[in-house]
Design a protein around this ligand. Sequence first.
Ligand SMILES: [Zn+2]
Length: 391
Amino acid sequence: MLISNVHIFDGEKQLEGLYDVVTDGELIKSVEPRTEERTSGCGDVISGNKNWLMPGLIDLHVHLTWNGKTDPATDIMHSSPEENLMETVGNTLKYLSNGVTSVRDLGSPNDDSLHVSKAIARGQIRGPRIFGSGMSLIMTGGHDPFNGMPVDGPWEALKGVRKQVAKGASVIKISATGGVYGRAEGEGVDDTELRQEELDMIIDEAHRRGIPVTAHALGEKGIRSCLKAGIDCIEHGHYIQRDMAELMAKQGTALVPTFFIYSHLADSDNIPEYARKKSQAVIEAHHRSLGYAKKAGVLIGAGSDAGSPNAPHPCMFEEIKALHDGGLTNEEALRAATGNAARILRRSGKLGAVKPGAYADLIMTSENPCENLDVLLDLRMVIANGEIVKR
Ligand SMILES: [Zn+2]
């Protein structure tokens, strides 16, 4: 397939001039400066008409099993495993047409996201690439028990990692602190959950298996423990201080701030009251921590937390806008959802890029997305794995 005459944002930067992009099967074969009528030898020819081509978006933090209504956790607990699996499938099907070609699912009851990921990889259903953790590892009574596997003590933690790896997890998700949503009582954002020796074991074992670990972590103490254990990525990260951001940049720990959801929860009056109040209390710190991270040069990725209360799938556009409102430039926000996201997935060069050898996961917009993010709401074309899924 030839896509001719397009401007390109390649996941890192805007390229000068116009280009012709050729795909072969699921991969991008060539990206070359536009020349006169390069049509010979290509199957489908798509006239780009000086539109913009960029990598498909990558949402690094979704919960495909959560329904995005007012209280998804309660709905999950009141549904059968079969109902939850069908909910997961239904939500997954909403991604590609909105330009999101990969997602990282961080916490799914019964490992539903891993089952759906396999169904997509086998071609049974068409959907985004899913990089899933399946169930998260939590302490008994820890954050998000409805999709958490309780592990207490280093040896249970070790077994938890091995179980998730055996089921096909491509990332290990842990709850290192309490959160704002999930349970009305019994957890605060400053509460540390897993102990240092449990964190050390989880991260050491996952790394031994070549798999990254990411932590739900809001409070300062919990984040510090994760950094000490050598965590790969922090989700949310509200109370990251300046020295912590510098340490993250130095040791290569990424941040997925999930910036949209907290202000959204703080403004929602139809969600559980405890969650709204707790969200309001952490907004200011969240802005500060994103500022520290940007200044220190931390690798920042875009994750929406889609599926959370009042956040129906997908919410990638909302997250990109929120990152921009939080102080990132448009280009930095787009990089967070493409090139940076691929790096966090450890798929740099294969995903989140418009370059030879990368998967042909591409979206086309009528204007330069780096100048106007709103064009992401009106996509001219979506290509996933080399196939046109929206035109
Ligand atoms: Zn989440």
